[in-house]
Design a protein around this ligand. Structure first.
Ligand code: AHR
Length: 664
C-alpha cells in the first residue's frame, strides 16, 4: 500500500520534471552543449576506490575470516577468546585451562596450549569481530593446526552458537597426529545469526597445542579460500571503479616506523604473515578499538587480485620513510632510505616482473604468473614539510630512472590549502611531479564553494588525484558526522567541478570506503556493514551515478556564454560516451528553489528515449539506514525525445543525470 502511494507520488514528480517546462519555459536556464567538440579526455581512472584499512574494513570486514585473533598474536594473546567460566572456583576452569606459549623465533610466535582436566566440560569461545555473521543453509569452512602430543585429546567439537548460546552448526574433528597438522571441517548453519560465536569443546583428558583456528564462509567472492566478503566486493564492483588505491591511508605510515605497512610481510602462506596492531586501535579516545589488529590475510597479493577482478588500475601506496606526523613523525635519515626505495622497486617487480625475477617468482608461486599491470605507485600518504620533499625526490630519482613507465603519485599533506599545502605544491611542481594527491575532509559550504577549485589550476602542471574527500556534517573526525543527503548533494556539486576539470583532475575517490557498525573509528563512510549485511549510503549512490556515467570525453556546458559553476546554486558538467554514443549531463541544484532548465544540444539527439535519473529530497538530513536502506535512491525514467532541446524542471536539492542518445 505504502509503496503504491510512493509510486503515485513519484509518477507525479516525474511528470513535473518532464512536462512542467511548458509552464516555466520563459524562465528557463539554457545550457548550451556541443557534443561535437570534446574539450578533454575523461581518464579511465577518473572515479575510483580508496580502500583503507580503517573501521575494521579489512579484518572483520572485506576479509571474510570470522575468527578474531586466530593465531593468538594480538598484544594480549587471548584477546577475542573467552573461557566461559574464568572464576577459579567454577567447574569450567577446573575442567581445563587455555594459555599461550611463545616461540620468539617464529614469525607467528604464539600458540595455544589447552590443558583439559575434564573432557566434555571444558570449552573455549571466540567472539568473532563483534560476533560472527552466519546465514541459515550456508556452509562455513573451519581449519586449524594442532599437535596432539600424547593423543590424549580424543576429539574436538566446534559449535557455532547464537546469542542465546543455542547451537546452530556443529562439526567434530578427531586430531590423530602428534606433530603439527592441519585439520579441516565444514559447519552447516541451521539459523541466521548476526552475532554468532565459535565454541570449541574438547573430549578426553590431556594437553593439546593449537594454532591458526580459522573459519570462513564458503561463499566468498569468486568462491576463493582465504577470500573476501561477497556482498562488500559486489557493492564495490557496482561502482565500476577505475582504480583501487590500497591499503590506506595513515596505516601506510604507521604511528612509528616499525608500525608502517610493510607489503613484503603480507605475502605467502597466511600462517607466515605476522600480525600487527592497527594504528587506529587507540587513535581516537572517543572511539577506542583495542581489538583492532591486522592479520594481513588480506595482503598485497589479494589487493592486486581484487583490482584485477574489478577491472581497476591497482594503486599501491608505500611508506616514504616518515611515520605519521600526527603521531611520532619518526624519520628515516636520508642516508638510510635505500631499503625503503628498494621496497618500491621490489614492489614493481612483484607486480610486473617476469616469473624469472625473484619477486615475479613470488607472485607466480602465489598463483598469478601473469603480470598485475601496475602503472601507478603512491609514495607516502599525508606527509608534509621539507622532509617529505627530500624523501620523495630520492624515490623519484631512482624510480623514474629504472621505471619511467610507472607514474608516481606524491602527496600534498592532510589539508587542501594553507602553508603546508602551498609548500608541497610548489616544491613538487619544481620536481616535475606527475600526479599530486589532495585530501579534503571539509564542511558543507566548502564543497559548494570549491566546485571552481580547479578552474584555474595550471594546465601544464602536475595532475590531480583527489584522493580522499567527504563532506563533514559536523567536523572532521567528529563521531557525529552523518552520511546525510546534504553531504552527498554538495559532494555531487563539487564533483561536477572535478569532472569539468578532467583535463587536470585524473583521479578521484571518496574516503573512507567502509565501516563496521560496531567497530568504527571514523565517520562518514561510503558503505556501512554489520556481520551479515552491507548498506550503501546516499553518498555511495551519488558516487555510483558519477562513476557509472563517466563517459570518455568532456563537453563544455555554458549558460549565456559562461561556464556553469554554481550560479544560482546550479552546477553542471557534461561528458560524451563515445563508445555508446551518448551525451550525459549532470545537474545539481543546491539553490533555494526548483529551476527550469533547457538543455540545448548543438548536435541533434535521436528519437531514442532520453533517460533522466533523479535523486532529490528536501529533507537534507535524510539517511539510508539498515532500518530504511531505500530512504533515498536514484529513480530513472525515460522520455521520447526528437528535438535538439530538452526542457525539464530541476527540483530543489537534487542531482539529475540526463543521458541523451546522439545521432551518428
Ligand atoms: O580516511 C581517514 C584518514 O584520513 C586517512 O587514513 C588519512 O589519509 C586521512 O587523514
Amino acid at each position: 500500500m505504502q509503496s503504491s502511494i510512493f509510486s503515485r507520488k513519484f509518477a507525479l514528480f516525474v511528470f513535473n520534471v518532464l512536462f512542467a517546462s511548458v509552464v516555466f519555459a520563459k524562465d528557463e536556464m539554457v545550457l548550451d552543449i556541443d557534443s561535437a567538440i570534446p574539450v578533454a579526455k575523461i581518464q579511465p581512472t577518473m572515479y575510483g576506490i580508496f580502500f583503507e584499512d580503517i573501521n575494521f574494513a579489512a579484518d572483520g570486514g572485506l576479509y571474510a575470516e570470522m575468527v578474531k585473533n586466530r593465531s593468538f598474536e594480538f598484544d594480549q594473546p587471548l584477546m577475542g577468546w573467552t573461557q566461559p567460566a574464568t572464576d577459579p572456583y567454577s567447574s569450567n576452569l577446573k575442567s581445563g585451562v587455555a594459555h599461550t606459549l611463545s616461540y620468539a623465533n617464529n614469525i607467528n610466535k604464539n600458540i595455544l596450549r589447552v590443558d583439559v582436566f575434564d573432557g566434555n566440560n571444558y570449552s573455549l569461545v571466540n567472539d568473532g569481530f563483534r560476533g560472527m555473521g552466519v546465514k541459515k543453509g550456508n556452509e562455513y569452512q573451519l581449519s586449524f593446526y594442532a599437535a596432539n602430543r600424547d593423543l590424549n585429546i580424543k576429539g574436538i567439537r566446534f559449535h557455532l552458537v547464537d546469542s542465546q548460546n543455542n547451537v546452530i552448526a556443529t562439526a567434530q574433528v578427531d586430531p590423530n597426529q602428534k606433530e603439527w597438522h592441519k585439520y579441516t571441517a565444514t559447519l552447516l548453519a541451521n539459523k541466521t545469526e548476526e552475532k554468532a560465536r565459535l565454541k570449541i569443546t574438547f573430549m578426553g583428558r590431556g594437553s593439546i597445542d593449537l594454532d591458526m583456528i580459522s573459519l570462513f564462509p564458503k561463499d566468498t567472492w569468486k568462491g576463493r579460500p582465504n577470500g573476501l566478503r561477497k556482498d562488500l566486493v559486489a557493492l564495490i564492483a557496482d561502482l565500476k571503479p577505475g582504480f583501487l588505491r590500497f591499503p590506506g591511508g595513515c596505516i601506510i605510515e604507521g604511528r612509528t616506523l616499525a608500525q608502517r605497512y610493510q607489503w613484503k610481510k603480507t605475502l605467502g602462506a597466511i600462517e607466515q604473515r605476522s600480525t600487527m596492531i592497527s594504528r587506529w586501535n587507540t587513535e581516537f579516545s572517543h572511539k577506542l578499538t583495542p581489538d583492532y589488529f591486522q592479520s594481513f590475510g588480506l595482503g598485497f597479493y589479494e589487493y592486486f587480485q581484487l583490482a584485477e577482478d574489478l577491472g581497476a588500475a591497482p594503486i599501491p601506496v608505500i611508506s616514504c620513510g616518515i611515520a605519521c606526523q600526527f603521531n611520532s613523525g619518526e624519520l628515516v635519515p636520508l642516508s638510510e632510505l635505500d631499503p625503503y626505495i628498494k621496497d618500491a622497486l621490489d614492489l614493481i617487480e612483484f607486480a610486473n616482473g617476469s616469473t624469472d625475477t625473484p619477486w615475479g617468482m613470488v607472485r607466480a608461486s602465489m598463483g598469478h604468473p601473469e603480470k598485475f599491470n601496475l602503472k601507478y605507485l603512491g609514495v607516502g600518504n599525508e606527509q608534509w614539510g621539507p622532509q617529505y620533499i627530500e624523501r620523495f625526490k630520492l624515490f623519484q630519482d631512482v624510480l623514474k630512472a629504472k621505471h619511467p613507465e610507472i607514474i608516481l603519485i606524491s602527496g600534498s599533506g592532510p589539508f587542501p590549502d594553507g602553508e603546508l599545502f602551498d609548500f608541497a605544491h610548489e616544491e613538487l611542481k619544481k620536481l616535475g611531479a606527475e600526479i599530486i594527491d589532495e585530501h579534503y575532509y571539509k564542511d558543507i559550504n566548502w564543497f559548494k564553494q570549491n566546485a571552481t577549485r580547479y578552474d584555474n589550476y595550471d594546465r601544464k602542471g602536475p595532475k590531480v588525484f583527489a584522493g580522499e574527500y567527504a563532506a563533514q556534517s559536523v567536523a572532521t573526525v567528529s563521531p557525529l558526522n552523518k552520511n546525510s543527503w546534504e553531504t552527498a548533494l554538495v559532494e555531487a556539486a563539487f564533483m561536477t567541478g572535478l569532472e569539468r576539470n578532467a583535463d587536470v583532475v585524473h583521479m578521484t575517490s571518496y574516503a573512507p570506503l567502509m565501516a563496521h557498525v560496531d567497530a568504527w573509528q571514523w565517520a562518514p563512510n561510503m558503505i556501512w556493514f554489520n556481520n551479515l549485511e552491507s548498506l550503501p549510503t546516499i553518498n555511495y549512490q551519488v558516487q555510483k551515478l558519477f562513476s557509472n556515467n563517466k563517459g570518455t570525453d568532456l563537453l563544455r556546458v555554458s549558460t549565456k556564454g559562461e561556464v556553469l559553476t554554481g550560479q544560482e546554486g546550479i552546477y553542471a558538467s557534461a561528458v560524451k560516451d563515445s563508445v555508446n554514443n551518448f551525451a550525459i549531463v549532470k545537474l545539481v541544484n543546491t539553490g533555494t528553489s526548483e529551476r527550469a532548465i533547457n538543455i540545448a544540444m548543438k548536435n541533434r539527439v535521436t528519437k531514442s528515449p532520453v533517460s533522466i535519473t533523479t535523486m532529490a529530497s528536501d529533507q537534507l538530513d535524510k539517511e539510508n539506514s539498515f532500518a530504511n536502506p531505500t530512504a533515498l535512491l536514484p529513480k530513472t525514467e525515460t522520455r521520447k525525445f526528437a528535438a535538439d532541446q530538452l526542457s525539464l524542471i530541476l527540483p530543489k536539492n537534487a542531482l539529475v543525470i540526463v543521458k541523451l542518445p546522439l545521432q551518428n
